[in-house]
Design a protein around this ligand. Structure first.
Ligand SMILES: Cc1cc2nc3c(=O)[nH]c(=O)nc-3n(C[C@H](O)[C@H](O)[C@H](O)COP(=O)(O)O)c2cc1C
Length: 355
């Protein structure tokens, strides 16, 4: 049986007896009363067990300081826990390996005994109706087709005008909807479940012309940047992206956080957590498409150093937590497509069905 404090990612493997022992502490109780309640056990063993439980944050001591802010922020998660909280908090700060060679070899070895699942589904017995070729002329389809995840960038900075367009078209509040008795709800270029728009945007600007390097908050209603910290460099960028060195030369990183109180106020079901993730996906795709339209090199990343980012942003990671990152640089010269990093030796060819 596993007892987990998923908020701080601490696990204890124990027999179901631990449940009974923990259940005794449904209110503040002394170690003495614990020993009296379970006379069948050696008091020294019980005391040792208590300190293990305290060390693994399954029990709290009244005489030891604890941060009152987190339990208070966690209370807002009450309706979403344990389903959403377990997923969100227990998957933070995952250690990623940047050793692509090792990762690829591991996948290739697995593929020998367990082939990769098919990338598409087929109904062999079903009658097929051929579709007409999609319309592909015009700027919009060309932008869609040109979007790729870039991992190489030139050393030229991104212009401030381009960053302004990127932020304004992707994350800016473009309209307000006034609802009597409620207040105003934001509308952006991306949809949002219940128009809660939980996503906030921050920019780590490393190389943007006429913008001092630094960490900024994008004020989505005022369309301006609010500086939180001066300075930004390549290693900070890679560190935020859990050590992915190939993103160090990007010009700017956009960090998307969620202010959970916005959807939690309206939705009592943990299912709403799914909507928060999907909202971030919509915004990110819009960002990548706008960047492509501007002739820039966008990317997105789920591999994040969550706690480091949250600490630098000055957010608590509970009421507001980082979810996703997108970034942008200038296109490298002489590259026709966004090549995959070296060990993959991946080539690309068009699907003849769309020729
Ligand atoms: C949710 C999500 C997370 C991703 N995380 C990473 C990442 O951590 N590092 C990375 O290099 N690419 C990441 N990517 C980019 C994918 O690897 C990329 O989209 C995929 O290889 C397909 O290539 P394309 O974007 O050029 O179509 C992520 C993409 C998505 C949608």
């Amino acid at each position: 049986m596993v007892f987990e404090n998923y908020f701080i990612r601490s696990k204890v493997f124990a027999s179901p007896l631990l449940f009974e022992l923990l259940n005794f502490f449904d209110t503040w109780r002394s170690a003495r009363s614990f020993e009296r309640r379970f006379p069948q056990f050696d008091p020294a063993v019980l005391r040792g067990g208590l300190s293990v439980l305290v060390r693994h944050a399954l029990l709290q001591r009244s005489d030891q300081p604890h941060d009152p802010a987190s339990p208070r922020a966690m209370a807002a998660w009450a309706n979403w826990n344990p389903a959403a909280g377990l997923l969100h908090f227990s998957t933070k700060d995952l250690q990623y390996s940047s050793d692509l060679e090792f990762l690829l070899k591991r996948q290739q070895t697995r593929a020998k005994t367990l082939p990769m699942p098919a990338p598409v589904k087929r109904y062999p017995g079903a009658k097929r109706i051929a579709l007409l070729a999609p319309r592909q002329s015009g700027e919009f389809p060309q932008v869609l087709l040109a979007r790729r995840t870039w991992r190489n960038f030139s050393s030229r900075p991104v212009e401030l005008s381009a960053l302004s367009t990127l932020l304004g078209l992707s994350f800016g509040v473009r309209w307000w909807v006034d609802v009597p008795g409620l207040g105003r709800l934001a509308l952006k270029t991306s949809p949002s479940g219940g128009s809660r728009h939980p996503i906030e945007t921050y920019v780590l600007a490393r190389r943007v012309a006429n913008l001092p390097p630094g960490l900024y908050h994008y004020a989505a209603d005022k369309h301006c940047l609010e500086r939180l910290k001066r300075g930004a460099n390549s290693s900070q960028l890679s560190r935020y992206l859990a050590g992915q060195k190939w993103y160090g030369k990007a010009s700017a990183l956009v960090l998307m956080t969620a202010v959970f109180g916005r959807p939690q106020w309206k939705y009592q079901s943990p299912r709403a957590y799914r909507a928060v993730l999907i909202d971030a996906g919509h915004l990110c795709q819009t960002f990548c498409l706008v960047a492509t339209w501007l002739g820039l090199a966008p990317f997105c990343s789920m591999a994040l150093a969550d706690s480091r980012i949250e600490s630098d942003l000055g957010i608590d990671g509970v009421s507001e937590s980082v979810l996703y990152a997108a970034g942008v640089g200038t296109l490298p010269r002489n590259l026709k497509w966004a090549p995959w990093p070296t060990p993959f030796h991946a080539t690309r060819h068009a699907n003849p069905a769309f020729a």
